[in-house]
Design a protein around this ligand. Structure first.
Ligand code: ADP
Length: 490
């Protein structure tokens, strides 16, 4: 089956050269635009406004104007609007999916998670509780209120624009904040479509504002704006540092979701056949362009040869092509990322790693126009090599053989990152020790990622950032605590 390549204009959910400010679909104040490309062909999909600081300023003003009424709206009513938004996303799921396929280049990968995420946040909206506090004397009442911050800001990346948009907007507005959010310049269409559905759901104008544009222009203007009272950023470590520095100037709290170099640890008693499909998917899903990609395989030397042989076979079965075809892996997002990943393939060879499979651009006419690379395995990677330490953000797996559990743990923890980790073993005692020892915000046993878990908190240890999205306190994290004391005077 081939999914018809959508013309984004025909979905009715995105229109040429518009962003959302104060409920209006407007071009950039400068009138300038950015081309959004189809990464499978390099062709233009649509233009979006090239917003800058003046667009951000207008969006912050609109969000500030909408805030008092939204804050004072019954949280049960806010929850209802989020549910309505979720229903509309379900209704338009195919169009949204096609938009994301068009701009990211990924294949269809099953039901979209956005409506489920919104349902989860909606459920939390009217469960934002403060505390009653003990007092020294009975004539005083002490309590805490949890209040929204006001106008919050968000900057999201291009790799999963739909989920990333909802992950920031959902909890922020559920808690009563209003938001100014900037999608990535490479993939802004899905966020714009989702924002349109939010408006149709009845979320009031100004509650969600989407400014499109480049990072150093529109992006940098958000944390720099004094009207922003909480930030969230998902993206590269270097940009995260810049956003955090801008936040420091205004004392704006933030959370950062940065990169990863996530280990899949295979102990010598692992169920290898169960692991192989997930190890493969862990690095080829979205062409390796997810921060949680399982990019390092830390494998006990006793099973190393068998694992690498089976992985090579599994990688050979990965179908590569445009996301609109029935494939397992699409292109990379852009020429820039293509160059970057091809650069790492060269680095791996120069560092002396053994190329097992892949290592370049797939052969064939259809791969010439888009930004394709082959799924690649490097074996005999040493922990000090760049391909063992640096986030490649492509379908490149580094295999690091180790002797025993202790060395496995040391190597697994031996990068600056700590986003997710997996351990594969048949022994519960070894699993528990690894779970305790692995330095990551999410640890999975005998699977890649927290599949099957509802509302799993997501975020990093160490260089992968701080703060969590999803989770029982995702809406609470968009509130601040006010202590109230009341003394009865007679
Ligand atoms: P990548 O290099 O993979 O695009 P980035 O961290 O640069 O990763 O991009 C993530 C998001 O951050 C995008 O929306 C991008 O536009 C934005 N961005 C890039 N540079 C800046 C910056 N200096 N300030 C704020 N946002 C930025």
């Amino acid at each position: 089956m081939t999914i018809a390549p959508p013309d984004p204009r025909l979905t009715g959910l995105v229109t040429e050269n518009t962003q959302l400010i104060g409920g209006e679909w407007v071009p950039a104040a400068s009138g300038q635009t950015i081309e959004v490309l189809d990464p499978a062909t390099g062709e233009t999909l649509l233009h979006v406004p090239r917003g800058n600081a003046s667009d951000v300023d207008a969006a912050v003003s609109a969000a500030a104007a909408a805030f008092p009424k939204w804050r004072d709206t019954s949280p049960t009513f806010r929850a209802g609007l989020l549910m309505r938004w979720a229903e509309l996303i379900d209704k338009h799921e195919q169009e949204i999916d096609r938009l994301e396929i068009s701009e990211v280049g990924r294949p269809h990968w099953g039901p979209l998670p956005m409506s489920r995420m919104l349902t989860y946040f909606a459920g939390q909206a009217d469960k934002v509780h403060g505390l009653s506090l003990p007092t020294h004397t009975p004539d005083v009442l002490g309590l805490t209120l949890r209040e929204p911050y006001g106008v919050v800001g968000g900057i999201i990346p291009w790799n999963a624009p739909g989920p990333n948009f909802v992950m920031d907007v959902g909890p922020a507005i559920a808690a009563g904040n209003t938001i100014v959010i900037k999608p990535a310049e490479d993939a802004p269409l899905t966020p714009l479509a989702l924002a349109r559905l939010a408006m149709q759901a009845g979320i009031p104008p100004g509650v969600i504002n989407v400014v499109t544009g480049y990072g150093p222009e529109a992006g940098a203007a958000i944390p720099a704006h004094p009207g922003i009272s909480r930030m969230s950023f998902t993206g590269s470590p270097a940009t995260g540092s810049a956003v955090m520095a801008a936040c420091a100037r205004n004392h704006t709290p933030l959370h950062l979701e940065l990169g990863g170099k996530s280990p899949q640890v295979l102990l010598d008693d692992a169920d290898v056949d169960a692991a192989i499909p997930q190890l493969t998917r862990g690095i080829t899903h979205n062409s390796g362009q997810i921060c949680a990609a399982g990019s390092r395989l830390v494998v006990d030397r006793k099973i190393h040869a068998e694992v690498v042989r089976k992985l090579r076979e599994a990688f050979a079965r990965v179908r590569v092509g445009p996301g609109t075809e029935q494939v397992d892996m699409g292109p990379l997002i852009s020429a820039k990322q293509h160059q970057r990943v091809l650069g790492y393939l060269k680095v791996g060879r120069e560092e002396g790693a053994e190329l097992v499979t892949g290592g370049g651009v797939p052969a064939g006419e259809k791969f010439e126009r888009g930004f394709f690379v082959e799924p690649t395995i490097f074996d005999q990677v040493r922990p000090d090599m760049r391909i063992a330490q640096e986030e490649i953000f492509g379908p490149v797996l580094s295999v690091l053989p180790v002797d025993g559990d202790e060395e496995a743990l040391e190597v697994a923890n031996g990068t600056e990152y700590g986003l997710v980790a997996s351990v594969w073993t048949s022994d519960i005692g070894r699993a528990v020790r690894m779970v305790r020892g692995l330095q990551a915000g999410q640890v999975a046993v005998n699977q890649w990622l927290s599949g099957g878990v509802i509302g799993a908190p997501f975020g990093g240890y160490r260089g992968s950032g701080f703060g969590r999205t999803m989770g029982a306190d995702s809406v609470l994290s968009y509130t601040q605590v006010k202590t109230v004391s009341i003394r009865g005077t007679r």
